[in-house]
Design a protein around this ligand. Sequence first.
Ligand code: NAD
Ligand code: DAU
Length: 330
Amino acid sequence: MKILVTGGAGFIGSHYVRSLLADEYPAYRGAQVTVVDKLTYAGTTTSLPMVEPRLQFVRADICDAQPLLDLLPGHDAVVHFAAESHVDRSIGDAAEFVRTNVQGTHNLLECARLTGIPRVVVVSTDEVYGSIATGSWTEESPLEPNSPYSASKASADLIARSYWRTHTMDISITRCSNNYGPNQFPEKVIPLFVSNLMDGKSVPLYGDGSNVREWLHVDDHCRAIQAVLEGGRAGEIYNVGGGESLTNRELTERLVALCGADWSAVRHVEDRKGHDLRYSVNDSKIREELGFRNHVAFEQGLADVVRWYRGNRSWWEPLRRREEAVLART
Ligand code: NAD
Ligand code: DAU
């Protein structure tokens, strides 16, 4: 097996690559992995076992055709993670989101078509459905994205669908809820709050903190992606959830306690523009069709993540310093 993974130096992509190389997926034991990653601010080779002989790392942009056309032949599958992924950044400037998430996905699929790649999984998000006050989205729910980020991901999903329908490519799409775990860039709420609290800094809670997110451990998400890669049907979408639904206030209370801080560290700040109130997916399809089950209990997973950030300052501090230096120059 030879798998090409886009965005494999990011949070979820690197976890997936490490799991593949650790032979955690029996049907892909011994797989060769090619990572294609542009190494934006969110990507770092320090999340990857770069000395592993089964890993080939290529720094390239998924919007450029030539590197993909050179690399793709001989691969059995593509798992597509590469994206601009942070909602707040898409509110500040959406251009890179449209470029990477829409044009990049199109370019990747076109190159996969030209080189005859037998199987593609496009990693999408529950945010494409918008916001839901009660109940849960199924795969048939309408696309009602509210942020430039989620609109760009919904666009990518539609392009993927069109490549399945028009070119009969074997493509499946996954739509997952909020992930947490090690190696997440410290701009997303959990690693941002944990790293701030560990340094005695305050944490910015948006609005009244009543927004609800469903937290899924990255390890469970990667196993779901693998289940779809191996058994998912062409042209089908698979929601992935089964995590813990919490308001941001409840999540913050747990992080404050786990980090040994108190509520005085919480700063109530202006709300995110267009802030989605609640996400919730119905994922019975992946459970019934592919037998997917979550393995990581939230309380344990969250405590492990806090421990990981405490023990791995050498991973996140340089990323944070680099980002602070960029912000200071702008
Ligand atoms: P991330 O921001 O941590 O990583 C993205 C990776 O893509 C980085 O390594 C970056 O360098 C790379 N990249 C960005 N632009 C690129 C380009 N033009 N060419 C090549 N590489 C490029 O993101 P993540 O949180 O790991 O998310 C991975 C995927 O999963 C994304 O598609 C995201 O939309 C989706 N997703 C994320 C979550 C979540 O909670 N984080 C939940 C559901 C779905
Ligand atoms: O649902 C899946 C999505 O989850 C993925 O598609 C995205 O790539 C991923 O970034 C994530 O999006 P969110 O916007 O939900 O994640 P974020 O960590 O940015 O924010 C989680 C919640 O916490 C959200 O309601 C906003 C709030 N928040 C976030 C930050 C960064 C705060 O209150 N303060 C903050 O500083």
